[in-house]
Design a protein around this ligand. Sequence first.
Ligand code: DGL
Length: 274
Amino acid sequence: MENHDARPIGVFDSGVGGLTVLQAARAVLPAEHFIYLGDTARLPYGTKSPDTVRRYAERAAAFLGQHDIKLLVIACNTASAVALSSMQKSLAPLPVVGVVEPGARAAVAAMPAARHLVLATEATVRLHAYRDAVLALDPAARVDELACELLVALAEEGWTNDAIAVAAIRRYLEPYFENGTFRPQSLILGCTHFPLLRHAVREVVGADVAIVDSAKTTAEVVKTLLRDQQLLAPPGRDGALNLLATDGAGRFARVGGNFLGQELSTDDVHLADL
Ligand code: DGL
């Protein structure tokens, strides 16, 4: 007989970006209860040192651990790059899933043996998390990585689909697409905030370049893990969502709605003190 587990899944990010992963996970796991923590008081993680990011991530995980979660999703590329393996060890037997490996897998599946350009935060780029993950899956691939911090701010501001976003992306990508020696065939959106800028990125790079992110593949990894470990929620149950932020519930609701794909009000977001 199959067992089920009614406990919630914990998801955290430094801000609203991880809501793209949450949206994808809810789509494939409609009976699950999710508790999402956006560490908005400490955002951005991407410009901080690995020690600081690890400390923040551990604090967020400990907070979610108090809510009796059955699985933790680190829906933040920077925190995944810095702390996934140490957190998998320290939180065992709680399963912990990050977003970098699923993102690399999506890119390799979309375009094998390709030239990939990873757009990410400074910390993710410095650790070469995506390069290593892509090359482990596809040694014939070539990978370059580019830190695009301004795009995090644009996404947090909700300026994702306008001339400012296009101009910023053009500025970052020009060296690669105008006479560059490394012309990417695939762009990996290696930051949770960047899927929101997908249309603006497409406008800059044209139709021929693959654009991949980790949201859907991470959701599939979560689903497979829950099924394999008999941790899926009782079937037929209605899923639920508890949204928490460490600062600025109003701002989280205003901007987060775009990331989650549903309108949010300030009342939907509760403040958490870590
Ligand atoms: N969530 C972060 C990531 O995916 C981006 C925002 C930040 O720097 O905190 O890397």
